[in-house]
Each structure stands twice: as C-alpha cells, then as structure tokens.
Design a protein around this ligand. Structure first.
Ligand SMILES: *Cc1c(COP(=O)(O)O)cnc(C)c1O
Length: 387
C-alpha cells in the first residue's frame, strides 16, 4: 500500500485530506513525496509561525531536548516559568496555565470563568455566551461553546451552559445578558474557522461596557488569531480593550503542541492546587521553542506582518474573480466567484498551498515569508480565481 492507502486503512476517518504527502520543507517552502515544491500559505493551520525547519527555533528546541525532554508538573523547569513570565510581560496578564491544544486552553478558561462566577455571583451564573460562527474546539465542552450547529449534531448531549448570539450584534448580546446571569463572553477577535471575519470595533467596545456593567468576564480565544498573526501580538490588541482571560495555542509553539490560558487580574487567583492539570502541559522542549517564537514577535516582525497584509489586500481586493477579501494581518479570507475548493485545487496544482474557511479561500502564511515568494503566490492565487 502507498501512504494514501495506508492512512485511509488505519487512520480514523475524521479528515478529508488534500491528496498530498508532505515530507519536508525550508522556510516558506514545503516539498511532497514526489519532490514537488509548494509555497506554503497554510502553515499547518497557523502553527508554523516562521515556516518549516526554522534554525533558531530548532536550536532552542533541540538544545532543551538534549538536556531534559520532559519533567511533569511535579517539578519546576526553567522554560515553563520563563515562558509564563514573558507571556505576562507582553500582555499584562498575571498567570498562565499550560496545556497542549487550543481546546484544552479554552476548557481551562471555561473552568476559570465558572469558578469565578460561582464564587462571586452564585451557582446559577455559569452560562457563557459565545458568538455564532465561532470555533472553540472539538471536546464536548468546547463544541458546546462553538456557535455552529453543524458541529453539534450527533454528539448531544453537549455540556450545558452555553448560549450564542450573532457576531457584531450588540443588541442580541445585551438581550441575553439581561435575561440571565452570565459568567463570561468568549470571542475570537477574528473568527478563523467561521470565515476569517474580524469583529467590528464598536461591537467590541459595547462588549467591554456590558461586561463591566454586569461583572461578566471577557475571554479572548486567541488560538488562531494570536501570536502575531493579525499584525499585533494578540488579536484583541487591534481593539482598545484588555480581556480577563486570553487563550492561545497554534502559532505559539511554532510547530509543537502547546496551549496556554492567561489569567488576568480578576481571575489570577481563581485556581487552587488540584483545580486543573496536565501531564505534558508546560513541557520544557515545547516551552523552549515557544520562548524563541515569542522573543521574535517584536515590533519589527509585527510591522512586517502588516506590510505583507497590505500587499495581499492591495493585489487581491479588486482582482478578477475575487468578490471580497477579509481578515487582519496574515489571517486572510478570500471570497471567490468560483467554488473555493476549485481555487484551492488550482493553486495546489500550480505550487501554492492554501486552505479553506467556510466558503472562502484562507491564507495563513509564515509571518516572515519573503516578499518575493509571497508575490509569486499572489500571482498564482489571482490566476486561479480569474480563469
Ligand atoms: C484551532 C482552534 C481551536 C482548537 O484548537 P486545537 O488545538 O485544535 O484544540 C480553538 N479555537 C480557535 C479559535 C481555533 O482556531
């Protein structure tokens, strides 16, 4: 059997994979088993922040690997403590819980919000409001949080305690907040899986006022839009606000599994020993890699993200076959006249990897993609949309 056949025979049938076997890469280029080269504008879904086989990141990870690959949370390790310190310094958050994925980071945020609200407002104040078209993960609880009914079917009963309102509809959010005690409102600054849609600034401003008025926690799910992706360190920084809890994962690890739940002032002391835990969370090799990623997400890097973003918007916004371009920074959705799947296949045939979000073509390039490669990729996308 070839790899396609072996995978189909033995890997659980949960993915509709593209017909490509990736074997290696360097920077923004990846190679398949036939040696075909692709410009990678998907980065393993916003994970490979600086592309593939980035030397500084490899050095950080491998030097930690060769001294201590894992310790468990029964002991102190330096990369875990230093990464938590850096995340707090860069965001103003106060404490960090580490885990291994976005869903787990959101589970931790939900636990923190429930405990905080139960203690402050009573046992009935457990409900968390999330937005329609959001995506918060695949566990039964984060699935309940995810505001897309299509994901829910056949997996009921889901964890109770979630309600949904349309994004950018403040009146709808307020109506719910007036009708029941809410523990928290959870949102993505830019909805990723939902179609690369940024929230609008007035809506976020309204959420902040409502949260303050009713002592509702604000949870920013920065799993996809965090870690420099939108041209700011975290997506919420595009808005004039500070959440109470920030979750992140994907790009923070630069290619290894990590999740982080950052707790702000209100909730920094909500947890006591035993309230949450993770065997792998805070793993020293993963944290050493994340420290390297975070240290390089400086103002220069972020300005470079915004510059590359402008280049994409400029060249695609009114291109033939393109209906609209949405997103922030290097998190971009292209609404195409042709079926998005067709455009994605045409790009792949021409050596450019892009992915899908709802009915859009989604771009999540490496944050440091060389502009000549990005330019070549844009040409390919334009051609794929046009003819
Ligand atoms: C990917 C994603 C998640 C889930 O992350 P996993 O690591 O797959 O569990 C949660 N929230 C958002 C916004 C995401 O994009």
């Amino acid at each position: 059997m070839n790899i396609f056949e072996t995978d189909k025979a033995y890997v659980a049938n949960t993915y509709a994979r593209f017909p490509v076997e990736l074997v290696s890469g360097k920077g923004s280029l990846v190679y398949d088993a036939d040696g075909k080269e692709y410009i990678d504008l998907g980065t393993g879904i916003a994970v490979n922040t600086f592309g593939v086989a980035d030397e500084a990141w490899i050095n950080a990870v491998t030097s930690q690997l060769s001294s201590l690959q894992h310790a468990s949370n029964l002991y102190y390790t330096s990369p875990c403590a230093r990464l938590a310190e850096q995340l707090c310094m860069r965001t103003g958050m106060k404490k960090v819980f580490f885990c291994n994925s976005g869903a787990e980071a959101n589970e931790c945020a939900i636990k923190a919000a429930r405990k905080y609200a139960t203690e402050r407002k009573g046992e009935d104040a457990y409900t968390i409001l999330t937005l329609r078209n959001s995506f918060h993960g695949r566990t039964l609880t984060t699935l309940a949080a995810t505001g897309q009914d299509a994901f829910h079917q056949l997996f009921t009963p889901l964890t109770p305690g979630f309600v949904h309102a349309p994004a950018n509809d403040l009146a709808a959010v307020r109506e719910i907040a007036d009708s029941m005690p809410l523990a928290a409102i959870m949102f993505e600054a830019v909805q990723g899986e939902g179609g690369v849609n940024p929230l609008n600034a007035d809506f976020v401003k309204g959420l902040v006022a409502l949260a303050k008025e009713k002592d509702i926690l604000l949870i920013a799910d920065e799993v996809q839009c965090g870690n420099g992706r939108t041209g700011m360190l975290y997506g919420y920084m595009n808005f004039d606000m500070v959440p109470d809890i920030v979750t992140t994962a994907k790009g923070l690890g630069g290619g290894l599994p990590i999740g982080a739940t950052m707790l702000g002032e209100k909730v920094e002391n909500v947890f006591a020993p035993g309230d949450n835990g993770s065997t792998f969370g805070g793993n020293p090799a993963v944290c050493a890699g994340a420290l390297n990623v975070l240290s390089r997400l400086d103002e220069d890097m972020l300005a470079g993200v915004r510059m590359r973003s402008e280049m994409i918007f400029d060249r695609l916004s009114s291109a033939p076959g393109v209906k609209s371009v949405s997103g922030l920074g290097l998190m971009i959705g292209i609404e195409t006249e042709k079926d998005a799947g067709e455009v994605i296949a045409a790009c792949r045939a021409a050596g450019v990897l892009v992915i899908k979000a709802k009915n859009k073509v989604r771009l999540l390039p490496p944050l440091n993609i060389p502009t000549d490669l990005l330019s070549r990729a844009i040409d390919v996308i334009k051609a794929a949309c046009a003819d």
